[in-house]
Design a protein around this ligand. Structure first.
Ligand SMILES: [Zn+2]
Length: 350
């Protein structure tokens, strides 16, 4: 009986990820990781079974749970028993060593590292069984549903675009690039937790909806969401993002400059190079360099399309800059972000 099992409270991130485990979004990962799995992923970028995987999927606690292997416990969220965990292992992790291996830093100034530390060093590994699925938002689809959507549309070549941000002009350019290459583009924003100075999820989604409605061939763009937190793990997260989008049926994955990076923690092209060190992942990586506005080229251009001699004139496009202007009550120039999106974006800055 579920009611009589020991119960453990879990956070929002873990609630999201246990469903990702159950739906196959994290295939071939099937459960919260054991120590061997977590260390193998952190150090070798592979599961012990040999498949490439780069982000540990952990069920962490700040206090040692009073359970052991072979126990079954109920996982509680929002006062409800939402899932069962069949415990394979209860262990303690050296979180600093894990942070160094996965994030390349121990610094608590890194939002992903700070989050890892805050969750605590006690870990339970094992398979999960969902008892009560989360109410899903309009944009949340399982991998199976998204693959069925592509089949119905007859899309064979699908470029996936990961984002944690509202769209500025460079994001829009990447989506258009995907539309040139493929039958359709999957715009797949992160619906889970993001750092405090990112836009709230509902602002991001509304901004994409407005972009699709007004400015893109919306019959060739699929806007769905991925309910998992951002880790800001740069190159390691780029690989994770690609593998997850393969599970959702994408054939190609766009990796821009400083993908999933934060501050100056990663070399902007480390997220491109990491793929060179890995075997083929079953999803083709489309690497794109810096994208900017160039008045001399007369529009959006990139390091591959704008001559070096224009360098001084290039206007870099960054959402940090857009947000700073919005906070000052100024209108960011149309070279950075579509004026039509500004009323939505203004609601996303405190
Ligand atoms: Zn130029």
């Amino acid at each position: 009986m579920v009611e009589t099992l020991p119960a453990l409270a879990i956070g929002e991130d873990e609630r999201l990820d246990l469903e990702n485990l159950a739906t196959g979004a994290f295939h071939p990962v099937r459960g919260f990781m054991t120590r061997e799995e977590a260390l193998s992923v952190a150090q070798e970028m592979r599961l012990p079974t040999g498949e490439v995987w780069t982000i540990p999927i952990l069920l962490q606690f700040r206090e040692r749970p009073k359970v052991g292997p072979k126990d079954t416990v109920a996982l509680v969220h929002g006062g409800e028993r939402v899932a069962l965990l069949h415990v394979a292992e209860a262990y303690e992790l050296d979180l600093r060593a894990l942070a160094r291996a996965v994030f390349g830093t121990e610094s608590e100034a890194h939002p992903g590292v700070a989050r890892l530390y805050a969750k605590g060093p006690y870990v339970l590994g094992g398979r999960v069984e969902v008892l009560k699925p989360r109410p899903r938002g309009l944009l949340e689809k399982t991998p199976e549903e998204v693959r069925a959507f592509f089949r119905e549309r007859g899309w064979r070549k699908v470029v996936a675009f990961q984002t944690r941000n509202a769209p500025h002009r460079a994001h829009e350019y990447l989506i258009r690039l995907g539309l040139e290459l493929a039958d359709g583009v999957l715009v797949h924003p992160i619906l889970g937790a993001k750092k405090a100075d990112d836009f709230p999820t509902e602002v991001i989604v509304r901004a994409y909806q407005a972009l699709l409605e007004g400015f893109l061939p919306k019959e060739r763009v699929a806007l769905f969401g991925l309910a998992t937190p951002m880790r800001y793990a740069g190159p390691k997260e780029a690989v994770f993002h690609a593998l997850v989008r393969k599970n959702f049926g994408a054939t190609h994955f766009l990796v821009g400059r400083d993908h999933a990076g934060v501050g100056d923690f990663y070399d902007p092209y480390a997220a491109h190079r990491i793929f060179d060190a890995l075997p083929p992942l079953g999803i083709e990586i489309v690497k794109v360099g810096a994208i900017f506005h160039c008045p001399l080229c007369g529009g959006i251009a990139s390091e591959r399309t704008c001559p070096e001699g224009h360098r001084e004139k290039r206007l870099s496009i960054s959402m940090t800059r857009v947000r700073a202007l919005l906070r000052e009550g100024k209108a960011p120039p149309p070279e950075l972000v579509r004026p039509e999106l500004l009323p939505i974006l203004r609601q996303g800055v405190a």
